[in-house]
Design a protein around this ligand. Structure first.
Ligand SMILES: Cc1cc2nc3c(=O)[nH]c(=O)nc-3n(C[C@H](O)[C@H](O)[C@H](O)COP(=O)(O)OP(=O)(O)OC[C@H]3O[C@@H](n4cnc5c(N)ncnc54)[C@H](O)[C@@H]3O)c2cc1C
Length: 401
């Protein structure tokens, strides 16, 4: 189907069906999943995804045509960033055919939700220092350790989990990646409360969790390669709106557009300072949208984007802060002590409390700056003293039993 025919198909489908999905609660993930199932069944999701995994196998131009049509509506999310933006692309890069055929269609359609079991109490920015162990016993591994900040684990079905398979190798070399069923015996998920009042992320305790050997993603002790690819996908998904679901960030209504409505409603749209801040935000969002589009085009053309994804991720974190501050400027005191009858104030206050997360999740802004300095600009690397010695010889905090 050529791009124009596809555009008309998307336009007609959206005109006919959007009404059913327009009245959604952003906190309710089921609305987004139902919408994705309907899109998938209509051939409008997984547009660029290979047909072998249930996708439509079309081009990036088809995706862009869909994004342009979809951007005219206020729609539930078309992909869950972690499942379709991070885990699915990693599985596509490193998974076996069996793993991909089993999981990819279900991930994109919204039938399976995934998360990442990476960070630990003693390993965040320095992820290669993780202490979770995977010990082989016949046809399976037994995984034991503690993960933390695991987004959405309480609602997820599976996770890509990093564990150490050989502590005699240096820290980056003895790691492997596994598909872990979060309903398996030995998995204990405990929610953590955030300053927004919500509990999006969790501590996850793994106690002798049995994982079949064929659930390893990539080769044993070479998990760092898969992890590096996963972190790149994460930065691109968060910064440039990429993902196996196919839909980029193009359809999302930018904060500046929403704020213009809010400013008009609250009567601050003629305030010169508010106008100035809105224009600055609009410019920043437009530049990021173009940068994101360029990166998506490069990926579609087979050009490796690699560490440049950190530029988009860092910009997203900066704009998120900027956007939360503009929200405060527009609504003034109403964003701090809002009328119960006006939930918009609560939305802006929550956005403010939530905004620091983009500078931490997916690698902090300091780490993105290091990556940009070292791998994009070619500046000298930070000195590392523990890179080449066996992991078991590195001084570590004892693991709690
Ligand atoms: C909302 C949210 C969701 C998350 N979801 C997940 C998830 O689903 N799965 C998961 O595994 N993890 C998740 N994380 C964890 C996240 O990846 C880590 O918090 C992050 O990588 C930082 O690690 P840390 O918290 O251990 O901080 P640390 O690594 O201890 O860093 C502390 C401070 O030191 C700075 N720092 C550290 N090293 C350097 C350096 N070399 N140079 C300069 N500065 C440095 C950091 O920038 C930071 O300011 C999430 C975090 C958040 C906030």
């Amino acid at each position: 189907m050529d791009v124009e025919q596809f555009r008309i198909k998307a336009r007609n489908w959206l005109a006919e069906h959007v009404e059913e999905f327009s009245d959604f609660d952003p906190a309710d993930l089921t609305a987004g999943r139902e919408f994705r199932r309907a899109l998938w069944d209509a051939g409008l999701l997984g547009i660029t995804l290979d047909r072998a995994y249930g996708g439509a196998g079309l081009t990036d131009d088809h995706q862009r045509a869909f994004d342009e049509e979809a951007s005219k509506y206020s729609l539930p999310p078309m992909g869950e960033a972690v499942t379709t933006g991070i885990c699915a692309p990693t599985l596509l890069d490193f998974g076996t055919e069996e793993q991909k055929k089993r999981h990819i269609p279900r991930m994109v359609r919204g039938d399976e939700v995934w998360t990442q079991l990476l960070s630990e109490p003693g390993a965040g920015s320095d992820l290669a220092g993780l202490q979770t162990r995977a010990v082989r016993d016949g046809d399976e591994y037994a995984i034991t350790g503690q993960k933390v900040w695991t987004s959405g684990a309480m609602d997820s079905d599976f996770a890509l989990c990093m564990a150490r398979t050989d502590p005699d190798l240096p820290k980056h070399k003895g790691l492997s990646m596994f598909i872990v069923d979060l309903k398996a015996p030995g998995v204990d998920i405990r929610p953590l409360r955030q300053m927004t009042g919500d509990a999006h992320f969790n501590e996850v305790f793994l106690d002798d969790v049995k994982v079949a050997a064929d659930q390893m993603v990539g080769a044993e002790n070479e998990g760092w390669r898969a992890l590096t690819a996963m972190l790149t996908h994460e930065r691109l998904a968060l910064g440039a709106g990429t993902g196996a679901g196919g839909s980029g960030s193009g359809w999302t209504r930018p904060a500046s557009a929403r704020f213009i409505d809010t400013a008009r409603r609250l009567g601050s749209s003629s305030d010169a300072n508010v106008r100035q801040e809105l224009v600055k935000l609009y410019i920043a969002e437009r530049i990021l949208a173009f940068v994101g589009q360029k990166m998506r085009d490069e990926i579609a053309a087979g050009i490796p984007v690699g560490s440049k994804g950190s530029v988009a991720k860092l910009a997203t974190a900066l704009i998120s802060r900027q956007s939360a501050s503009v929200g405060m400027a527009i609504s003034g005191a109403a964003s701090q002590a809002w009328d119960a009858a006006d939930p918009a104030g609560a939305v802006l206050a929550t956005a403010m409390c939530f905004s620091p997360m983009t500078a931490i999740a997916g690698g902090t802004s300091e780490i993105q700056r290091n990556t940009i300095g070292e791998r994009v600009l070619g500046l000298p690397k930070e000195p590392q003293t523990d890179r080449d010695i066996p992991f078991r010889d590195i001084l570590q905090n004892p693991v709690k039993k």
